[in-house]
Design a protein around this ligand. Structure first.
Ligand SMILES: *Cc1c(COP(=O)(O)O)cnc(C)c1O
Length: 224
């Protein structure tokens, strides 16, 4: 398997022109594929599974910025905290506290995004607006000096109806703008991670500044 260099260059140019960060989602893909993209100058890579991420990080150059985009279990936090750049899918105070605790042990500050459930499909992952407000009010009274909440992340419905997908992204951008305006250190609340291979153009039109793209660059995945 090889990466689609033309697709990568095209997307990268398109995103650079509008100041959107590209996270290349390399889950299930080989270390060789990742190196191929690395050698084109790419540094931001996203993975969904802790063991896979830990194993790849150990084999690849340490100036890669690893994004954890899957659902993180509290007992796995310590495995990725030493090297992770940004954790996209945080959706509980318990998890934030665990990240804070493990980060404090090694004297790091970990950037986190809060995951919001915007899709029609039922899933256990992501918060609604009320849960988000509740979590943020609790965070403001806890002392969590070793985490930094940098913004929000969401996944639209797995459907082809782009109007519906646009509505979901629009809603998430609205939540993001409200929190950004409340945020005391609003300069720190600056990342809106939304958009994948099938919907990143709509996401950018709706205000995304970070997209997570896998299959367009690395080809279709056969497993998970
Ligand atoms: C797999 C995955 C992506 C990338 O999906 P593609 O459709 O291959 O671009 C983006 N975000 C998350 C959270 C994922 O799990």
């Amino acid at each position: 398997m090889a990466i689609d260099k033309d697709a990568y260059q095209k997307i990268k140019t398109e995103l650079d022109a509008v100041g959107v960060t590209l996270v290349a989602v390399s889950k299930t893909k080989s270390v060789e594929d990742i190196l191929e993209l690395y050698n084109l100058g790419h540094r931001d890579f996203g993975e969904n599974y802790v063991q896979e991420l830990v194993s790849k990080a150990a084999q690849l150059p340490d100036d890669i910025r690893w994004h954890y985009i899957g659902h993180l279990q509290s007992n796995k936090v310590k495995l990725i905290v030493p090297f992770v750049q940004l954790i996209h899918g945080v959706d509980s105070l318990k998890l934030l506290k665990e990240i804070n605790k493990e980060a404090a042990k090694i004297n790091k500050i970990i950037n986190c995004l809060l995951q919001i459930h915007i899709a029609q499909e039922e899933t256990k992952f992501g918060m609604n607006e009320e849960e988000l407000n509740d979590l943020l009010s609790k965070v403001s009274v806890e002392r969590l000096p070793n985490i930094r909440i940098r913004g929000l992340m969401g996944m639209a419905s797995f459907i082809t109806d782009l109007d519906q997908i646009r509505k979901e992204f629009h809603y998430l951008k609205g939540l993001f703008d409200v929190q950004k305006s409340f945020s005391i250190q609003s300069n720190d609340f600056d990342i809106l991670s939304m958009g994948m291979s099938s919907d990143y153009k709509v996401a950018i039109e709706e205000g995304s500044n970070m997209v997570r793209i896998g299959s367009l660059i690395f080809g279709e995945r056969t497993k998970y």
